[in-house]
Structure formats: C-alpha cells, structure tokens
Design a protein. Structure first.
Length: 102
C-alpha cells in the first residue's frame, strides 16, 4: 500500500499506474463522462483506498478510490468527501463503498 501526503500526490501516482479515468458518484453507480460510461456496483472493484484528513476542518476530509472494471478493462479514480455519499446513493453502492472504510 502506498502512502501519500496529499490527494494530488495520490492522483498523480495512480494516473502513472494506469488509473487515468475520472469517475463521478451517481445515486446508482459510477459515471465517467469523458467516455460516456456508467458502471453499476457489480461492474467495478475498489482496488485501493486512501483517506486524507482536513488539516483544520474535518469537513475538508476526502477519500481517493482506485477503481477497476472488467467492462472495457478500465481503471480510474473516484475522489469523494469522506462520508458525504451516504445519503445520496443506492444501498448496493453504499455497501460497496462502506466495506472499504472499515
């Protein structure tokens, strides 16, 4: 497992390792607008997770997920505020993300 000082460091290294797509969280899955792709929870795996705590404000905390999918053999990243997703996503997606927070 890698250790990073900042979100930017994590994203730079992950990009260099082939995680070059940017995923966005939707209520039911992950979306990659640059290639017009939508992935349901069963269509992707979370390979790595990195948490970053806000220096002065816990609300500034974020999580970087390294995501892979057999759909098109894709790799990318999802950056999200820590715990922000909980009220806005399906139970299936929430369960998949929560497994990696423990």
């Amino acid at each position: 497992m890698h250790v990073y000082d900042t979100v930017s460091d994590a994203l730079t290294d992950l990009d260099g390792r082939g995680y070059n797509l940017d995923f966005n969280l939707t209520p039911d899955g992950l979306e990659c607008k640059s290639i017009d792709l939508f992935l349901m929870p069963e269509e992707f795996e979370i390979e790595e997770v990195y948490r970053f705590e806000g220096m002065t404000d816990p609300a500034d905390s974020s999580v970087v997920y390294a995501i892979s999918s057999n759909v098109g053999n894709l790799k990318g990243v999802l950056v999200d505020g820590y715990g922000v997703y909980a009220e806005n996503v399906s139970p299936e997606l929430l369960n998949k993300l929560k497994i990696h927070h423990q």
